[in-house]
Design a protein around this ligand. Sequence first.
Ligand code: E4P
Length: 215
Amino acid sequence: MQIYLDTANISEIREAASWGILSGVTTNPTLIAREKGADFKSVIGEIAELVDGPISAEAVSLDGEGMVKEGLEFAAWHPNVIVKVPCTTEGLKAVYQLAKQGIRTNVTLIFNASQALLSARAGAFIVSPFVGRVDDTGVDGMQLIREISQIYKGDSEIKTKIISASIRHPRHIIDSALAGADIATCPFKVLQMSMRHPLTDRGIEQFLADWKARG
Ligand code: E4P
């Protein structure tokens, strides 16, 4: 399973890219807005210089035509740009039209398997089921990944990839891999948490203490 970073923060992307683990980046309007005053196109350009992989840029139009217009603009910024559209019927229209022009899409805000099936049928390159937000409703978000994975694997015509999104903690990453996700898109904080273990720290301390005390 590949790891993407779910952020528009350039320092976080630079740091995670230096670990050699990043295969792509996802952004959304909230994440872009968090980088106060940053110009959308410039942010995507800076990310493309740091990460050689898909970078999702999200349209804000609600109608299919508007999404296609935005999508064509984003796709012209860099060949790695993936146009993110919401999982609505207008979003499906945009996916269908953009796919015909060879432009890859990420259908976001997926909360059930039928949305994922229809998005794949329309020609989505990736779908983004929101595991953490499903968990927040008291339903097992990971079951959504299992269902989509089973449906896609059983249909040889579907090439759409599954990004496990709305990741909240390290266990979500592991469970996403076990449930059949192709990618997990993670906040930087969760990647940092994934690499921490008190026994690793204690082991390093002990090794250093023994090294210093050697005869
Ligand atoms: C996915 O691409 C979204 O950007 C993201 O995972 C949303 O996560 P949240 O529920 O933490 O906002």
